[in-house]
Design a protein around this ligand. Sequence first.
Ligand code: FA5
Length: 342
Amino acid sequence: MALTDFLQNLDELSTAAMAMFSSAGDAAALEAARIEFLGAKSGRLKTTQKQLGGVSKEDRPVAGKQFNETKQKIDAAFKEAQQRLSSSAASPVDKPQGNFDATLPGATFRVGRLHPITQTIEELKDIMGRLGFSVVEGPEIEDNWHNFEALNIPLEHPARDPLDNFYLATAQTSNHDEMLLLRSQTSTVQIRVMEKTPPPVRMISLGRVYRPDTADATHYPMFHQMEGLLIDSHVTMADLKSVLRLFATSYLGSDVHIRFRPSFFPFTEPSVEADYWWNDNWIEFGGAGMVDPNVLQAVGYDPEEVTGFAFGLGVERLCMRRHSITDIRELYKNDVRFLHQF
Ligand code: FA5
């Protein structure tokens, strides 16, 4: 083989090897390049070394020297690539791979936020706290006594129908007193507080309640209520109306129109529903009334000594009016594009 041909082969080999080693993006690509050029049995360098025997005796020293230099150059390029890949694997932040463009502007980091209902609950607690109401928690799994019986809702009352409540299958028993259910109203907490606390009482309780209602724009099978209870001597309906009006204007704004509509609840007498005016409609946001003497008696209070009022407001309905949400279901789809707006 002529010396010039041999040297040209070496030159091409060197150029190809340099290009492969310097462009290897990961360990697998580098290994493939190593085998192709430096492979002990049939690597391209080995093949070229074999051609050295075909070069004439006089030219062989020149060819051998050039071969050794090329081999060293390729070895060095391989080691350099090895080092480059191991250091970029150790600190991927400092040396990103692939098509990283350090000049691109940074993307805004999306921070999570409280669900609108959680935000509403916090604000309602604030407003009622300023009116002197303290916050009480109650269980979501209730017994018949606290959800119905003590609230003057007897066994034959339609509100206790199994089709209108989530009774717990595991707790099914023929004894009605022992049956458990997901509470259908926060009024249960009134009973729990009065059983433990002598009057006067001034409390609110906020939490989830459950009813097998079909979901529509204003109903959901799980929703939140804010219960309120005030017991003292000489409490009247005027106090109830003042507190609810003050609450509504504080949360919904001074221009909100509300009305009290006569209604019926077994645990209050007289009873009212409270509505706000929105989009040419009256929307009910809660029930209220003067605590029925039977309830006071059930918890051991003397109805001759104390009177009181109670209310139960729909938290979702308040949140919806405040933020102009026209469909309650939006609150529970958990679409971040919606939730991110609050
Ligand atoms: C009650 O639950 C009574 N416990 C309220 C009460 C408390 C009256 C204390 C007297 C004294 P009612 O079933 O009307 O009442 O529900 C109260 C509010 O909860 C409604 O006005 C409405 O705002 C909300 N609400 C009721 N059902 C749903 C539902 N399926 N989805 C969303 N909100 C609801």
